[in-house]
Design a protein around this ligand. Structure first.
Ligand code: F6P
Length: 312
């Protein structure tokens, strides 16, 4: 993985970083970057909850609604989107070009909303396919995520790489995004892990696996926002999971909105994903709301956990 050096005289800005990409994708990534800046600006103001529920029966935060509307409008305005599905919407929005092969986006406009008041990182996730949704992760043509943390970052797949851009906050280039990490790869020596839910509910193989990796010196780092917890795996190596639970065998995270796009990014960055048996990318979800157990990170750790699960 290369650090691009934002402090250098000639940083690579987003427009240049997108120059070699298919035009439709470049336009969509640009719309995501701009909208992420508006969402980020609302963070100090939109702290409360609304009275409405999302399709999963979860109470929507004001920022959930704002992010959904802002990304929805910006992506539709590009004129490149056939269908837009959102974790916050009952049914996908129909864009101006709902053709068989037009771009379809599934998004989680605000990941980790329980962390809005705690000021932990938040995120947004985008999976981009052609044609009707849901589809297999293997058929994604691109994916991107945003982190609203100490810095605002946009990470996306190009045809070959995973690149991360960061918003510049002051100076003559303030407001632009500059390349921070090019061709990101999970480091070979894993350092950290984060596993959702409560330890008492984890299935036994997950518990055994965690004892083993702790004995090897891996550190628990868990903030409770998937994107924040995932980004540290990308940077430091390790494993993230929202596992099969005793009370929730199907896990919590949603394949189309969350795990498939992030698994696509992970595989391009040299790692692996799994539902305990097969890659998340090979699952064929029958609905946009389908969840699955989720294990993602360094390939050797994901294989080791699969073996532990197979042992029962
Ligand atoms: O999908 C919602 C989410 O907030 C994820 O961002 C996060 O990984 C998970 O839920 C946290 O769940 P829990 O609080 O059960 O660990």
């Amino acid at each position: 993985m290369g650090m691009a050096g934002i402090g250098e005289t000639h940083p690579i800005f987003l427009a240049e970083g997108l120059a070699d990409l298919e035009r439709d994708l470049a336009v969509i990534y640009t719309a995501i970057a701009k909208t992420a800046q508006s969402v980020s600006k609302q963070l100090p103001f939109l702290l409360g909850m609304t009275q409405s529920l999302n399709p999963f029966g979860e109470k929507q935060a004001k920022l959930d609604v704002f992010s959904n509307d802002a990304f929805g409008e910006a992506l539709m305005e590009t004129g490149r989107v056939g269908w837009l599905a959102s974790e916050e919407l009952e049914i996908p929005l129909k864009g101006s070009s709902p053709e068989k092969d037009s771009l379809s986006i599934a998004m989680d406009p605000l990941d980790g909303s329980s962390n809005i008041t705690t000021n932990n990182p938040l995120g947004s996730i985008f999976g981009i396919w052609r044609g009707k949704l849901p589809q297999r992760g293997r058929d994604l043509i691109a994916a991107a995520f945003v982190t609203y943390g100490p810095t605002l970052t946009l990470t996306f797949t190009t045809s070959r790489n995973v690149d991360q851009f960061v918003e510049i906050k002051e100076g003559p280039d303030s407001g632009k995004f500059a390349l921070a990490y090019q061709n990101m790869k999970l480091p070979p020596k894993p350092e950290v892990y984060g596993i959702g839910g409560t330890r008492a509910e984890w299935i036994a193989p997950v518990e055994r696996f965690v004892r083993k990796i702790e004995a090897r010196g891996m550190h628990l780092r868990y903030g409770g926002t998937f994107i924040g917890d995932y980004n540290q795996i990308l940077q430091r190596g390790g494993i993230f999971s929202y596992p099969s639970h005793k009370g929730k065998p199907g896990g919590k995270l949603r394949i189309s909105y969350e795990t498939a796009p992030m698994s696509f990014i992970t595989e391009l960055a040299g790692g692996s994903s799994s539902d305990g048996k097969i890659s998340i990318l090979d699952l064929s979800p029958s609905s946009l709301t389908q969840t699955s157990p989720f294990y993602v990170g360094n390939s050797d750790l994901v294989r080791e956990l699969e073996a532990e699960i197979a042992a029962g």
